[in-house]
Design a protein around this ligand. Structure first.
Ligand SMILES: Cc1cc2nc3c(=O)[nH]c(=O)nc-3n(C[C@H](O)[C@H](O)[C@H](O)COP(=O)(O)OP(=O)(O)OC[C@H]3O[C@@H](n4cnc5c(N)ncnc54)[C@H](O)[C@@H]3O)c2cc1C
Length: 630
């Protein structure tokens, strides 16, 4: 078995110098950032190292696409894991989106197979889950789609004997997966044994073979590379602080704050948050795209995952502005009551893709069934939840339908685009955090038959079901055979009992400002209980990533870009600074309270009420105030 390890050079988003910010435009000057090996690729290196160690006859080839300076990351890789390397570099690749990048890398992989592996197809492609600059997780599944091979996402462990088995995180829980054929592409998410560079290896790395290939030498079709071959384009970059900042009312007395909260909570209107941009008026203009708005209905037990319901509610409102219909696509082995649930949530048509081979998730089989349906009906929009399953499936469906895809959106709206000779009317503007959450990017789809996006769970509200709504239930033919299955998987641990903080009406979150786990436990839970009792609402405690890293609680409770997105009616942030990655996960909350000893903390920009003060003084007073007011 041979191995190709995909790596990327990225700007160091964890260490942004002050002068790299363009405060006027709210963007980053990327040229002033240091370039490093994508930290998440270290997981792939570790994984590949473990694979190749047990197989001394194997060859390991590191592959990167980038400017000539990207050679540095290849030397870095070779100084940690012995092997050889390919640098794919050409001006023709500049400006590529994920689809064009995947295509170009797939061309290089064909050449590696032909020339370095002598045509042998017994190989594995290993990659990090995503890059910290783009953060899309789309390139690896789209490479797999271009190569027509299987993809195992979120791998965290592997076993070589008696048969190679990959342990991975799936939507339902932890699965053991076996590929049914080679090659296969694996994206690795948590495989963190440190891989240090030794002096001898670093010296050897400098003389290791690094092949430099260009677009012509990998026989890339010039209409499919770079900016020209891209199906999406960045429309606008802006600072996250532009995205719904609040005016904070500073309160000096905890008793006064509790009084204000009790009054405001009773009168606050749920569901008002984050639904900006729906007042679009098309008038008598001709829209650029025509067709239905579709949502992929992800199943969960006998029901449908709440993220799909959230997207149905949002699609309903977006489609209404253009006078279009909403469709839900439901792959399953038996539909049960789900079509009625989807119609009650806003669907006009439910396309039930019923087939025994769709009983559990297989990326190739699901992709084939959905992509066939998309090609037959040509919806103008298709949305997927950015769940583990959605993030794996959507890139393949989009690529196979030659459609642009924007990952992990936090805002969707209908709008126009006018620049130079390009005039687009009534298109879907897709906004998402980029560069590790340091900028927001609004992206639009171009040169595609449809517009596709994945959307973070919890960004939109689940609509109240309307049992009187009527709709059509269709059963389009599904043509699948066992040859379409690529993986064999067994669930080894269910997430059924996994904590969800999303359904709580009040969240009390703690950060690095707490001194210890004991303080975290002593203060947060009693305050949550007190507020819940006072306001008659369900409550949960939560945390920032720093608090999770401090060991105050587990990742299940983390709010933010790499945790959960929440939208409670009341969010209380205590000892949390308000880093963009945290804000991304809670900015849809209706009422935000911030407690921080630093009056300049960013969290106050997103708060309705703020108290400047020390946790140890303020929080006990707040707890007492909830008791006194009850
Ligand atoms: C790719 C990437 C993804 C990330 N994902 C997430 C994510 O999902 N969620 C997330 O939260 N972060 C995430 N982060 C990390 C994020 O950048 C911040 O480091 C993190 O949010 C900071 O957590 P904090 O606010 O608890 O800690 P800090 O930034 O250290 O803030 C602590 C705050 O507590 C205050 N404080 C200290 N002592 C007291 C006291 N006694 N009383 C009152 N106030 C006090 C301080 O003034 C300070 O404002 C991510 C980072 C990256 C690069």
């Amino acid at each position: 078995m041979d191995y190709i390890v995909l790596v990327k050079q990225v700007p160091d988003v964890s260490n942004i110098p002050e002068d790299a910010w363009d405060r006027e435009k709210g963007t980053l000057r990327r040229g002033l950032l240091d370039n490093v090996l994508n930290p998440l690729d270290l997981h792939a290196l570790t994984f590949a190292d473990r694979l190749s160690r047990g197989d001394p006859a194997s060859r390991t080839v590191f592959l990167t696409m980038g400017p000539p300076a990207a050679r540095d990351v290849l030397v870095d890789c070779l100084s940690r894991v012995p092997g050889e390397a390919v640098l794919l570099t050409d001006k023709a690749f500049a400006g590529a989106d994920t689809g064009a990048t995947a295509y170009s890398l797939a061309c290089a992989i064909h050449r590696i197979e032909r020339e370095l592996f002598g045509g042998d197809r017994d190989y594995m492609i290993v990659a990090g889950m995503q890059s910290v600059d783009g953060d899309t997780a789309q390139v690896p599944p789209q490479i797999a789609e271009e190569l027509g091979i299987d993809h195992i996402a979120y791998a965290k462990d592997l076993q070589l004997e008696p048969r190679m088995t990959i342990r991975r995180i799936a939507s339902e829980g932890i699965e053991d997966v076996r590929p049914l054929r080679w090659p296969v592409l694996i994206t690795v998410t948590a495989c963190t044994d440190p891989l240090y560079r030794s002096f001898a290896q670093s010296r050897a790395a400098r003389s290791a073979p690094i092949h430099e290939w260009n677009a012509k030498s990998v026989e890339a079709d010039s209409t499919r590379t770079g900016l020209e071959g891209s199906w999406t384009q960045v429309y606008r970059l802006f600072s996250p602080s532009e995205d719904r900042p609040k005016t904070c009312e500073y309160v000096h007395n905890p008793v006064e704050l509790i009084g204000k909260l009790a009054a405001r909570y009773g009168s606050a209107a749920p569901g008002a948050a984050l639904d900006a941009g729906e007042g679009y008026v098309l008038g008598d203009r001709e829209p650029t795209y025509h067709g239905e708005f579709w949502v992929f209905a992800e199943t969960e037990g006998d029901g449908v995952r709440s993220v799909s319901m959230e997207l149905l509610g949002k699609s309903r409102r977006l489609a209404d502005t253009l006078g279009e219909k909403v469709g839900a696509v439901l792959p399953c082995d038996a539909a049960g009551d789900r079509p009625a649930q989807l119609i009650a949530a806003g669907a006009d048509t439910v396309y039930v893709l019923e087939h025994p081979l769709l009983a559990s998730f297989d990326p190739l089989a699901h992709k084939k069934a959905i992509a066939d349906l998309v090609r037959a009906h040509r919806p103008q929009v298709m949305l997927f939840g950015a769940s583990p399953l959605g993030r794996e499936l959507a890139p393949r469906v989009a690529y196979s339908c030659r459609s642009g895809l924007t990952a992990d959106c936090t805002r969707l709206e209908i709008g126009d685009f006018d620049k130079g000779s390009v005039h687009l009317v009534g298109i879907l503007k897709q906004t998402r955090p980029a560069l590790g959450g340091n900028v927001m990017a609004t992206i639009m789809t171009k040169d595609s038959p449809g517009q596709m996006a994945t959307v973070r769970p919890g960004v939109f509200k689940v609509p109240d079901p309307d049992p009187d709504r009527t709709g059509e239930i269709l059963f389009p033919p599904v043509e699948l055979s066992t040859d379409d299955l690529g993986l064999e998987s067994v669930l080894v641990e269910s997430f059924a009992s996994k904590v969800s903080i999303r359904d709580a009406e009040i969240i009390v979150a703690g950060g690095h400002g707490f001194r210890s786990r004991a303080d975290f436990d002593t203060y947060l839970q009693p305050l949550a209980v007190g507020l819940g009792r006072l306001l008659g609402a369900s409550t949960k405690v939560a945390a920032s990533r720093m608090a999770v890293e401090d060991g105050f609680t587990t990742h299940d409770y983390q709010v933010g870009q790499t945790g959960q997105t929440v939208q409670p009616r009341l969010y209380v942030a205590i000892g949390i600074s308000g880093a963009v990655q945290h804000i991304t996960g809670m900015q849809g909350s209706e009422i935000v309270v911030a407690i921080n000893k630093d009056p300049k903390a960013r969290i106050f920009n997103y708060a309705d009420y703020g108290i400047v003060g020390d946790i140890e003084t303020i929080v006990p007073e707040l707890i007492r105030a909830t008791e006194g007011a009850a």
